[in-house]
Design a protein around this ligand. Sequence first.
Ligand code: NAD
Ligand code: FE2
Length: 391
Amino acid sequence: MTSSQRDSLADASLSIDPICRVEFGPGRIDRLPDLIATTGHQRAFVVTDRGLRAAGVAERVLKILDSAGVEHAVYDEVAPNPSTGNVDAGAARARAFGPAAVVALGGGSVLDAAKGISLLVGNRDAVAADADDLWEASDGLPLVAVPTTSGTGAETNGFGVIEDTAACRKVYIGHPSVKPRVALLDPELTLGLPAPATAATGLDALVHGIESLASRGANPFSVAYATQAVDMVSRALPAAYRDGSDLDARAELMMGAHLAGQALTLSGLGLVHGIGHALTAHTGTPHGVALAAVLEEVMEFSAPAARDAYEGVARAMRLPAPADGDWARAAVAAVREISAAVEIKRPLRELGADRALLPAIARGAAADAVTKNAPRQPSEAEVLEILTRTY
Ligand SMILES: NC(=O)c1ccc[n+]([C@@H]2O[C@H](COP(=O)([O-])OP(=O)(O)OC[C@H]3O[C@@H](n4cnc5c(N)ncnc54)[C@H](O)[C@@H]3O)[C@@H](O)[C@H]2O)c1
Ligand SMILES: [Fe+2]
């Protein structure tokens, strides 16, 4: 915890919703039938995607359900950055299947879509485009989240980010009832995740830890989670990238990403995510790649207002004390090394961001809700300057 956060505790008022049940460990997926039963349902509606089918992960999990005699149906058509159409189609199948627990087996895309599907089943006449009105609606079906990437931390919260293709905007679909009842974290399921996806999702987790530590919304709970997350992710990400079959690295990365998710859910994020969202909206760049493009530059911009937090980042990474006492610079240098080790940083011009797009990206980033938690509030012109520097 930084000194400024310690000082502000005198008038702090905190309300922490206890985390969901977490089951962690290699091979833990075998417990899925028992965990489904804890939701009060004996049947399961499984939401997943084609990539998980191709990787054999879905088959492994469905076999476990078969062996335990758990009646189930599968919706496997979730697309990366899922759309309202995906959620509506999945909900139609789930309504036809009837009462069940929803098992979300996949990365953030599947987890987000599954939350929408669960909620629509609880609200028979609703469609995904009604997202803004569903926050006060009836409960959805209970959800068991089984993440297969170590990145988004989407298993820690009750909302999903969905593309409303008709209105051409991102909508947040969510409700307290679709926060997963159980997060089943089995690192064995991530062993086959290809190296570029390991890099992009793992970098997302690292940024969650760093931005959470520097966030205006940081509090002692989020700082505890984020510090441990940065420690684990910074060590495990390069190792998991080098050798995807390294179960130790996969396990550490998965736990670190989950803790980073707990942290960001409590604190909020910052400008790296503000720019990342705008960049992805304009170019389709995968989330983690978009974050990596501007991470060090945003840290340098933010450093004057985040010295304590970046010292926390550097210490969590177990860096030696810098000779010049500049912990923030040491943290940025260490982040640059990790980014290079996982070969993820690209100039914006290689990500499909035409120079003429930069002002619109800057506008989107400055206006994004996540940017409100940035330690140093940027003007649009300052964001444009950062984008130009990384072009
Ligand atoms: N709700 C939240 O809190 C939250 C937070 C951040 C991001 N998100 C959302 O998460 C999505 C991104 O999620 P993501 O980064 O996890 O990627 P993803 O879910 O889109 O998955 C990327 C690809 O990896 C494949 N894959 C996943 N696990 C695999 C495995 N174990 N083996 C082989 N292939 C595998 C998938 O099939 C897919 O093709 C975005 O839609 C973003 O908006 C949500
Ligand atoms: Fe993220």
